[in-house]
Write a protein that binds this ligand. Structure first.
Ligand code: GDP
Ligand code: MG
Length: 556
């Protein structure tokens, strides 16, 4: 297959608009997978995706399709030229735009799927711009036209208004009933350019993804940009300079299918004796060994979307946790990890960029001139209410689009859930990183019997400190059980205590109910009490249940 007969494309959509279902139909239509193969949404491979119903890790499949004249069905044209189509599946969820842009790097076009009833949503907009900035040809697909509430004309008008897409370009489909699906692949072939690239240059390819297979070792997904890659070739990594011999090369059809060669513009897999996925850096350029090539642009660095601090419940499990995290980071370049230590929780890991509040002095005094905090540009689409609201952009008569600059921390805790609940689920949300802005931030310490608990320290806006301190202290009072001595719970900014509660002492005598002298029963009860204590974290002499830590994270 010369580049003229190769097309590389992705499907992008707001979550639930039908991307995975459409991908499955296209794989069936081309005979790549059997119809009713019993595994819905073939491309959603990972277990986590099945459980949550979202596509997390991009998967790729190669299909073959005969196409000469889109007026006639392919079956009537046995001599029609065959095309090699690479469908690069992208995750549709807002949290994974890093993977979306990664997938798009190997594409020349994208199907932009929009639900005919729901219309353009926040991630439709985000994904459109990712594709647009990558100079991809965009084919609008208005899906789910079988739904009784489908309004394709309204969606066409939205696409025109928001993206300047000509309404005549839109394909109308139902991935459920099959209606309109026969137009999709002809449009891919006719409207998406073939991959650029120099066929007779030394081989140069982009490393799209990698994973470890127990039997085959490290498997790299690559897009061959220039030249051809043959089994037996010697290749080198631009990032590490290491060289490898190509042991196996082929396509995902959809399972690994050896072909012995990948030509310019093709997407497939390479096995080259790498020992760990750490050697297969996603976004790296692999090229013919001993030739000097310019590395490909790679990808935008991962944008961190999910932040968490991880600690083993039992300190002796630290090595096991460490091992598990290492495995995860091996397979996923978008996760980064740093070690951290908390006096309350022992040793643990933070998944990057979470600045430990402990690092900020409680009494910065004159040493810190200013605090800066990260902000985001948030795009929110909400059902329109009555009234004059001139600062909105209207998508159509029913919905408005709002753009705000918000501090990042405002959206980390529960923002999405709250937005959904106040709009009865109708609002959609997306955001992109923006600059740092100067902010009046202070560190708030939580003290138990006068001792600061560093896992509970938070950084808050000065104006919110009073309210947050009060909430934290109230929550803690609920979750910490009374103990055999009095406990004072305080929230403090610097040396100033802004909220305080006291838990009075109580002796919790588990033996009180035991009459007589049954020593084994007494022992059992004492054992049980000990077990319960294991689930507590002991700070100084105060036991703090796990739930208290979880609850505290919800206050901001
Ligand atoms: P994704 O999140 O974009 O990958 O969406 P899915 O492919 O998982 O589809 C979301 C839901 O919409 C599933 O329940 C599908 O069965 C359903 N769905 C997909 N396409 C259609 C369609 O054309 N018509 C109808 N009525 N439902 C569809
Ligand atoms: Mg999906």
């Amino acid at each position: 297959y010369p580049p003229e007969r190769v097309r590389n494309f992705s499907i992008i959509a707001h979550v639930d608009h039908g991307k995975s279902t459409l991908a499955d139909r296209l794989l069936e239509l081309t005979g790549t997978i059997k119809k009713g193969h019993g595994q819905p949404q073939y491309l959603d491979k990972l277990q986590v995706e099945r459980e949550r119903g979202i596509t997390v890790k991009a998967q790729t499949a190669t299909m073959f399709y005969r196409h000469a004249n889109n007026q006639l069905p392919a079956s009537d044209q046995p001599d029609a030229p065959s095309y090699l189509l690479n469908l690069i599946d992208t995750p549709g969820h807002v949290d994974f735009s890093y993977e979306v842009s990664r997938s798009l790097a190997a594409c020349q076009g994208a199907l932009l799927v929009v639900d005919a009833a729901q219309g353009v949503q926040a991630q439709t907009i985000a994904n459109f711009y990712l594709a647009f900035e990558s100079n991809l040809s965009i084919i609008p697909v208005i899906n789910k036209i079988d739904q009784p509430t489908a309004d394709p004309d309204n969606v066409k008008a939205q696409l025109k208004r928001l993206f300047d897409i000509d309404p005549s370009e839109a394909l109308l489909t139902s991935a459920k009933t099959g209606q309109g699906l026969s137009q999709v692949l002809p449009a891919v072939i006719e409207r998406i350019p073939s991959p650029p690239g120099k066929c007779d240059s030394p081989v140069r390819m982009l490393l799209l993804d990698s994973y470890y297979d127990e039997y085959k070792g490290v498997i790299c997904h690559v897009a061959v940009v220039d030249g051809a890659l043959h089994k037996g070739d010697k290749i080198a990594s631009a990032a590490t300079g290491r060289t490898y011999e190509v042991l196996d090369v082929g396509i995902m059809h959809p399972e690994l299918t050896p072909t012995g060669v990948l030509y310019t513009g093709q997407v497939g897999y390479v096995i080259s004796g790498m020992r760990s996925t750490k050697e297969a850096r996603i976004g790296d350029t692999l090229h013919q060994a001993k030739s000097i090539v310019e590395p490909l642009p790679g990808f935008k660095p991962a944008r961190h979307m999910v932040f968490s601090g991880l600690y083993p419940a039992d300190g002796s499990d630290f090595d096991a946790l460490s091992h598990a995290i290492e495995k995860l980071t091996c397979n996923d370049a978008s996760v980064s990890v740093t070690k951290e230590t908390s006096t309350a929780l022992g040793m643990g890991f933070s998944k990057v960029q979470v600045e430990n509040p402990a690092a900020l002095a409680s009494n910065p005094g004159k040493r810190i001139a200013a605090c800066w905090e990260p902000t985001v540009i948030a795009t929110i689409i909400i059902p329109k209410r009555r009234g004059e609201q001139q600062e909105y952009t209207f998508i159509d008569a029913q919905r408005a689009l709002l753009k705000y600059r918000l501090p990042l921390r405002e959206i980390i805790v529960d923002f999405y859930n709250e937005l959904k609940s106040i709009t009865s689920g109708y609002a959609t949300f997306d955001y992109e990183d923006s600059e740092y802005q100067q902010s009046d931030l202070v560190k708030m310490d939580i003290l138990l019997n006068g001792q600061p608990v560093d896992a509970m320290a938070t950084i808050v806006h000065n104006q919110k400190a009073q309210r947050v301190g009060r909430e934290l202290v109230d929550k803690l009072k609920k979750f910490i059980e009374r103990q055999m001595f009095e406990i004072t719970i305080q929230a403090a900014v610097g040396s100033k205590v802004i909220a305080r509660e006291t838990l009075s002492a109580m002796r919790k005598n588990v033996l009180a109910k035991c009459y007589g002298g049954d020593i084994t029963r007494k022992k059992k009860l004492l054992e049980k009490q000990k077990e319960g204590k294991k689930r507590m974290k002991r700070v100084g002499s105060v036991d703090i249940p796990q739930e208290a830590f979880h609850e505290l994270l919800k206050v901001s």
